[in-house]
Ligand binder design. Sequence first.
Ligand SMILES: Cc1cc2nc3c(=O)[nH]c(=O)nc-3n(C[C@H](O)[C@H](O)[C@H](O)COP(=O)(O)OP(=O)(O)OC[C@H]3O[C@@H](n4cnc5c(N)ncnc54)[C@H](O)[C@@H]3O)c2cc1C
Length: 463
Amino acid sequence: MDKYDVIIVGAGPAGIFSALELLEKAPELKILIVEKGKDIDKRQCPMDTQGVPCISCPECDLVSGWGGAGAFSDGKLNLSPEIGGFLSRYVDIKTLQSLIDYVDSIYVKYGAPDKLYGGDEKEISRIKDIAAKNDLTFVPSKIRHIGTDRCRDVLKRMREAVNGKVSAIFETDVQHIIVEKKKAVGIKLKDGQEIFSDYVILAPGRASAKWLETESRRLKLTLLKNPVDIGVRVEVPAPVLEPLTSITYEPKLIFYSKKFDDKVRTFCVNPYGEVVKEHIKDIWTVNGHSYAERKTNNTNFAILVSTFFTEPFDEPISYGTYIARLANFLGGSVIVQRLGDLIKGRRSTHERISKGIVEPTLKDATPGDLSFVLPYRYLSDIMEMLEALDKIAPGINSRHTLLYGVEVKFYSMQIKLTDGLETEIKNLFAIGDGAGVSRGLIQASASGVIAAREIAKRALSAK
Ligand SMILES: Cc1cc2nc3c(=O)[nH]c(=O)nc-3n(C[C@H](O)[C@H](O)[C@H](O)COP(=O)(O)OP(=O)(O)OC[C@H]3O[C@@H](n4cnc5c(N)ncnc54)[C@H](O)[C@@H]3O)c2cc1C
């Protein structure tokens, strides 16, 4: 049986960047990536290729495989340390910014476009002022937009770069981490095969956050609380947000609701984009894309409410799953409702939606009533946020605005980690969205670099 220096579990951006950085810093190390999804060329969602509705593949090609959830993502690279994760808990802001710039330069090297949004300081400070006058905090960020259609090419080039230098096993689940004397020594696959290594990096992403949580509990790792983010995806005519999106591409706005004092924020803005469904395990949630070449007439974004649960409740992932399941239970999958219908206390129907001025880009969402799904607290927070946003982008709080539910972000569990992202088990590292340290491509990738540098340093000094 082969033994490796490093095994990486998961080939999303976090896992890929740890492999690229290990090759850069310690090319002599023997590295294995194990990925439960397919290699990049084999990833094909039947909804895209055959135009059929989702057939619930055992392993979803949209979120699993080389590139992870990032492969078909919108590819918006957010270059601000305040956005997209919690890495500032482990490194100071200056170091984080230089890590972000480094990771960004690698995306550009592999084909991300040169153009950066959000660089016009005068316009940015104008938006900041309008936001402040309307109870909102605007978080400026420079953004590079790869686009869903180009993401695959960038990831393909990264795959080619490691091909032949890093071993990779696809379509194979890692079931357990093997630990001996409080030190990680390898992994056990679903079929029972054991593979040994000096270091293990866990990068299983959001869709396997539950697996990582279960495995962490089994290994008695300390789990820290993160908020659970629940909300809706909002779809409006693109001109409504154009004054903001033309300047910053992704306007990040934060609001504290008056009634509950909850943190409510805009997330993942897709100018001229499409609303999409996301299949995670056995539930449907909603998300959004925008393509570099293909444009719609609408812009979509999420409004998310962050909630920290207090003792004794410590299962935010299960809570989010439960709410999403309720929407699926009532609507078959994702529910869509016109804001005007929600305010009037009635469900939306196909007929009512067809009377509206916003044509849904997600065709198979079921018209329904989100008030049967979302707890009052979330609905109230979302409505307050829409009112606040309307002051800086008039038209958002229109009766025609479409709300899709529910959007849930499953990155709520965090493992206790050192500054090098090592767990309490020696030589076991946890990175990316699944470990709760990131929420986006850039910080997921940067977390891979942090772990790789720590391992390279130690491995080289041991040789
Ligand atoms: C529709 C969509 C749009 C998005 N748009 C953006 C965007 O524009 N900008 C942005 O910054 N972020 C975006 N994101 C988020 C971004 O894709 C994630 O933050 C990022 O992919 C996280 O990287 P990761 O490596 O931590 O996890 P993932 O990308 O989820 O990768 C984890 C990988 O691990 C594999 N895996 C899991 N468990 C196991 C196991 N037990 N054994 C073997 N393999 C396993 C999975 O199959 C997966 O391939 C989007 C996400 C989605 C779904």
